[in-house]
Design a protein around this ligand. Structure first.
Ligand code: CO
Ligand code: ZN
Length: 332
């Protein structure tokens, strides 16, 4: 599975430009699904199974887009100014590298700062493509790039610039592979434009009109030196979301997930996240409302170019999802 993860995280696809990653995912899910389609926004929807006795129409979502940058201006010497796409923090940028969708590589430089100890703003940064003038510049205004960092396998821990949320994508694909029987119609949604405001899942949830919804995405951890005050840590199991900045998970969904984890002896953690949200928020609030929850993969350094997850957490997330989806659900 590590090679699937590597392929997913190294395929460049920032928000709104998910074509490359969508093709990778399509190739993986075609032999596993009963039906695969792409909606008007670019969400890839793979359906598996039909509703039987005690069955529901379930929507699972993992977003295929990643954070990146967009070129806003090119000066006469060929230096490119840019804006962030999604929640990029300026302090993670200087000295980094980016890859435009046409393959062009560049490095991020900064202007001379009055206070060298301060983080430069985006206006004080530029991308140097190694060219001498605007005429030689292979990038034009509006072109998009992602951060360029190779996948790193540390053994137990895996590192990439796009664990958010390609690790969720990998979990959904493996779940689809492992699930052999289910009373449910399961719609695996590989959603677009999550990082710019949960836009893809909003349209997909409306279109599907599911009975139950769940996102699989990364969450922050509190287990690094002087980090955020948070109970979730790496290697202690996938996290069952109770609350984040945009959603209170449906308590019935939380109970369902906790019972399944305890019944099958799968380690899990309960997640209370201060800021940020996931596709689950869009599912919960679509139409007249949907019972929704979220299974989170604990992740260090989210939205930095080296996001770290634990391989056991990934495996346990798949085991828990297969367990959840293999039997009937009674939300009472
Ligand atoms: Co994110
Ligand atoms: Zn995410």
């Amino acid at each position: 599975m590590k090679s699937l993860i590597q392929t997913l995280v190294e395929t460049p696809s920032p928000s709104g430009y998910e074509k490359q990653i969508r093709e990778v995912v399509r190739t993986e899910v075609l032999p596993l699904a009963d039906e695969v389609r792409v909606d008007n926004l670019g969400n890839l929807i793979a359906r598996k199974g039909q509703r039987g006795t005690g069955g529901h129409k379930i929507m699972l979502a993992a977003h295929i887009d990643e954070i990146g940058i967009i070129a806003t201006h090119i000066d006469e010497n060929g230096f490119v100014r840019f804006l962030p796409i999604g929640g990029v923090r300026p302090r993670t940028c200087p000295g980094g590298r980016v890859r435009f969708l046409n393959g062009t590589l560049g490095v991020i430089g900064t202007e001379r700062l009055k206070d060298a100890g301060k983080t430069p703003s985006f206006e004080q940064m530029f991308i140097d493509l190694g060219v001498e003038s605007r005429n030689d510049c292979p990038v034009k205004v509006g072109d998009m790039a992602v951060f360029e960092r190779p996948f790193v396998d540390l053994g137990q821990r895996l590192v990439s610039k796009a664990m958010d949320d390609r690790i969720g994508v990998a979990v959904l694909i493996e779940t689809m592979r492992q699930i052999s029987h289910s009373p449910h119609e399961i719609n695996f949604v590989f959603s677009v434009q999550e990082e710019v405001g949960i836009r893809g899942a909003t349209a997909a949830a409306y279109g599907l009109d599911p009975d139950i919804g769940m996102a699989v995405d990364v969450t922050l951890v509190g287990d690094t030196p002087n980090g955020v005050k948070m109970e979730v840590g790496l290697g202690k199991g996938p996290a069952i979301k109770v609350r984040d900045g945009g959603m209170l998970s449906d308590p019935r969904i939380v109970d369902w997930m906790v019972q399944a984890a305890e019944g099958a002896d799968i380690p899990y953690q309960l997640e209370v996240l201060e800021h940020g949200s996931t596709d689950a928020r869009a599912i919960q609030l679509t139409r007249a409302g949907v019972p929704a929850g979220c299974l989170s993969i604990p992740c260090r350094y989210v939205h930095a170019p080296s996001e770290m997850v634990d391989y056991d957490d990934v495996q346990n997330a798949i085991t828990l999802l297969v367990e959840l989806l293999s039997g009937p659900v009674d939300l009472g």
